[in-house]
Design a protein around this ligand. Structure first.
Ligand code: NZQ
Ligand code: ZN
Length: 390
């Protein structure tokens, strides 16, 4: 293993009716001037908005300001508007109600509030972050793991640039995870979330370090239980039993436990972020297309971990074929599993064609000449993967 430090200050409050049981008490600890941040209105349709407001109005002298309309793949311009609102209303606490996009936008606002210059300078790491407004979460969709990590991903749409930022200052103070609040997530978004959470395990499983047995077994257990439950869940979207497994798995997939002691890969994510920087597609849909192609390509030079995944998670027989073939078969199994749920497999499914490939490559390389650690890829490698994915 590599040397590592681990710190995760987010309190997870998991289970039925935890908004009703815990929200008021959690919020009260941070202030009375609250900014609610949410997306395009799903929380109004499913009734969660009313449940939350009822709880918050029980706080004495509470002042609630609302910022809504955060889009998927949240944009810098949205974050800037939120920061202006925070300053105007002297907000003390941000409550984000939504999936990864809403949470990420709220986190970016929380650090941007303490920076007088351009918030993009924070996102791109040009200025250091030393403080943030406290953020709490009511999670409505299982996918990104943002509810228990310090990441946010923001798109500068004018520059066609999508960046990930990470800091100890952007961990949520608490996250309320009631699987019932994900019942209304449509099938398509449910599948994207499953693909994304599995991709997060892959990115950490395909590491370039030695001797990480417990990290790998933990990753495999997240994958196996997700693979078991996902097909049942998409047939029964209001199953508490299936939703709770998928929700916890997605959180565990990216709370950085799997990153302990290993050099993780993340090339597939960098490529997908390049794709969605240029073409506004759902992140999970992009991952479903890119990851199997990455696996196939990397199987040529370093098949071992991919073959191991095939044997331990997809039940392939290691005695029947060689390691490289096993790895390639694993890539096929991953693709066909995701396709069986309804995920896309080609960039052309999103009307992306080869005219966009050059810019996508450019945007996949934030700094340096290579991306990824398990097998470092240069721009020509990424071109090959993207061409195969068209
Ligand atoms: O906006 P509303 O109306 O709420 O609808 C959303 C949105 O249309 C809907 N939805 C969410 N909960 C719902 C619901 N609809 C009905 N019922 C509910 N309970 O789902 C749609 C997608 O939501 P979004 O938040 O965009 O999805 P996701 O959670 O997949 O987040 C994607 C964003 O997160 C970033 C992605 O790049 C993308 O920008 N990522 C963030 C990461 C992180 N912070 O650690 C890591 C990831 O790798 C990822 O890059
Ligand atoms: Zn992801």
């Amino acid at each position: 293993m590599e040397n590592f430090q681990y710190e995760n200050p987010t309190r997870i409050i998991f289970g039925k009716n935890q908004v009703q049981d815990s929200l008021k008490k959690e919020v009260e600890a941070y202030g009375k001037r609250i900014l609610l941040v949410y997306g395009g209105g799903s929380i109004k349709k499913n009734g969660l908005y009313d449940v939350i407001l009822e709880q918050l109005h029980q706080i004495e002298d509470v002042k609630i300001v609302e910022f809504y309309g955060v889009e998927s793949n949240p944009r810098l311009s949205t974050v800037q508007k939120g920061i202006d609102m925070i300053k105007e209303h002297q907000i003390e606490f941000i409550l984000a109600i939504g999936g990864g996009s809403v949470i990420d936008a709220a986190k970016a606002m929380s650090v941007g509030t303490y920076h007088d210059g351009d918030v993009w300078d924070i996102v791109t790491g040009k200025v250091d972050v030393t403080s943030s407004l406290p953020v709490g979460i009511v999670l409505t969709m299982a996918a990104t793991g943002s509810e228990m990590n310090g990441n946010f991903v923001i798109t500068n749409w004018e520059q066609k640039d999508k960046r990930t930022f990470s800091s100890i200052h952007t961990y949520p103070k608490f996250s309320i995870l009631d699987p019932q609040n994900t019942f209304s997530v449509p099938k398509e978004q449910t599948v994207y979330g499953i693909v994304d959470s599995m991709s997060h395990v892959f990115e950490q499983y395909f590491h370039s370090s030695k001797n990480a047995p417990v990290q790998e077994l933990f990753g495999e257990s997240i994958l196996k239980t997700t693979i078991d439950v996902a097909p049942k869940l998409i047939e029964e979207l209001e199953s508490y039993e299936y939703r709770e497994v998928v929700m916890l798995n997605a959180t565990l997939a990216l709370n950085k436990i799997l990153t302990m002691g290993v050099k993780t890969d993340w090339a597939s994510h960098m490529i997908e972020h390049g794709v969605s920087a240029v073409h506004d597609i759902p992140h999970g849909g992009g991952m479903a297309i890119i990851f199997p192609h990455w696996m196939e390509y990397v199987s040529e030079t370093r098949p071992e971990k991919i073959a191991q995944l095939g044997v331990n998670v997809f039940g392939l027989n290691p005695d029947e074929i060689g390691t490289k073939q096993l790895a390639k078969e694993t890539a096929k199994r991953v693709r066909s599993f995701w396709n069986s749920l309804g995920a896309p497999s080609r960039l052309s499914d999103y009307e992306i064609d080869d005219k966009e490939v050059d810019l996508i490559i450019e945007r996949s390389f934030i700094s340096g000449e290579t991306i990824g650690n398990y097998v470092p890829l240069n721009k020509e490698d990424v071109r090959y993967i993207l061409q195969r994915a068209l």
